[in-house]
Design a protein around this ligand. Structure first.
Ligand SMILES: [Zn+2]
Length: 423
């Protein structure tokens, strides 16, 4: 059976030119003794926006691996798929994120709910989970409410899983179940019974992506209560360890953190928790790489800087339309955005400094950064002009892409205490 290793790092690449630069960051981690499995992820929606196909991600990953002589494992992730679009990803992917968030909050059939209730009623009463201090009190009503909220979603995950299994064969791909794109975070108890249902559906999930507390805005730092996040994250780790034994789930089942790009303030709690428990984690990033492309173009000057400025100008013009699909994951205050004339007067260094995610830099502007994050559609509309610039300025862009992933992301997540990861 294909098995996902303890530490994995998801990387999205809107235009498919940065695979090598991204892999370089993983290689750099390996050179310092940290084994991380690279996973290239791209959702159906993103493919539509950029007019690419899932096969292109496979080609990009294979080419990067070949070029850099990477001998470790790596995966190509069908990111946030459902029954309606999974078929596009069957030939090229070996990692599937079954997104069933839209099926949460809707009740399963009475028969299914009854079956779930009778199967798991042994957990009503006082539920103690090793690693979580306070015991949970669970009565029938509470269990019923959890089934009402999540059972249908897990059943749907089962349908998607079986569809993929029938096409690819059992054990030939990694499965993740995701419910992160919902409004309410899932509690530890809810996660426990979600995993019960996952096992009952026969889904060999190796990662699970719950919705955590707080806001995971695109490309900027976590907004929320870090202490609360840390408690939730640790409770979830305890639930997973317990559920693996209780329900016979894959022993490498781990948490998956979505919208992981640039969530610097929760990287330390995540790193601390996995170092302490020995648990694994999958952290997904995506748009942060596109923003490094823009930073590289700006710093390159000439046509590169012209493109970066044009992307901003057009993103400002089309702000309402661009923001619409992302309203739950961006917070842009228009009054904090620099005007077009001001930006046109900037040199490349100034543009890059406003965009680069360095919170200690006075020029850094998180509103500017978020708008450009969703502005990748403008670059997609530029077509060959944009792609040619990526080729022309490849060297400077690649340096920024690698450095960002390694220095700002991987180091902060995994390198507080290298020794513990080097075994
Ligand atoms: Zn997600």
């Amino acid at each position: 059976m294909m098995k996902l290793e303890r530490l994995s790092f998801g990387m999205g690449d809107r235009f498919g030119y940065q695979g090598k630069a991204q892999l370089q960051a993983i290689i750099q981690a390996k050179e310092t003794g940290i084994d991380i499995v690279p996973i290239w992820n791209k959702s159906f929606r993103e493919h539509q926006f950029v007019h690419t196909s899932p096969d292109a991600v496979r080609e990009e990953a294979d080419a990067a691996v070949e070029a850099l002589g990477w001998t470790g494992s790596y995966f190509v992730d069908a990111d946030h798929i459902g029954l309606n679009n999974v078929d596009h990803f069957i030939p090229s992917s070996d990692f599937y994120i079954l997104d069933v968030a839209d099926f949460t909050g809707k009740a399963a059939s009475a028969q299914d709910t009854e079956a779930f209730m009778s199967k798991f009623s042994e957990y009503t009463g006082t539920l103690e989970i090793p690693g979580i201090e306070a015991a949970f009190k669970i009565d029938r009503e509470r269990l019923w409410a959890i089934a009402d909220k999540y059972l249908l979603a897990v059943k749907e995950a089962g349908r998607i899983y079986r569809h993929i299994e029938s096409a690819k064969g059992r054990g030939n791909f990694i499965t993740e179940v995701s419910m992160d794109e919902t409004d309410d975070p899932q509690t530890a108890v809810e996660l426990f019974f979600i995993l019960a249902a996952v096992s009952e559906e026969g889904i060999p999930a190796q990662t699970i992506a719950p919705k955590f507390t707080g806001r995971f805005n695109k490309g900027v730092d976590y907004v929320g209560d870090v202490i609360q996040f840390e408690k939730e994250f640790n409770d979830d780790l305890a639930v997973i360890a317990f559920a693996i034994k209780a329900f016979g789930l894959p022993d490498n089942l781990k948490l998956s953190v979505h919208s992981g790009s640039d969530k610097f303030s929760i990287y330390k709690p995540i790193g601390d928790a996995i170092r302490l428990t020995g648990a694994g984690v999958h952290v997904k990033t995506a748009g942060t790489t596109w923003l490094e492309e823009l930073i590289g173009l700006a710093e390159a000057g000439g046509e590169g800087l012209l493109i970066a400025k044009e992307v901003y100008r057009k993103a400002l013009d089309r702000m309402v339309e661009l923001c619409e699909p992302y309203s739950a994951v961006i917070d842009i205050e228009s009054s904090k955005l620099p005007g077009v004339e001001e930006v046109n007067a900037w040199d490349g260094k100034r543009f890059a400094a406003s965009l680069r995610h360095d919170q200690t830099c006075d020029a850094y502007n998180m509103h500017f950064r978020q708008l450009l994050h969703i502005g990748f559609k403008i670059a997609a509309d530029m077509g060959d002009r944009y792609l040619n610039a990526l080729k022309e300025y490849e060297a400077v862009i690649a340096k920024h892409v690698s450095e960002n992933l390694f220095e700002r992301h991987i180091k902060r997540l995994f390198m507080t205490d290298q020794a513990e990861f080097s075994q």
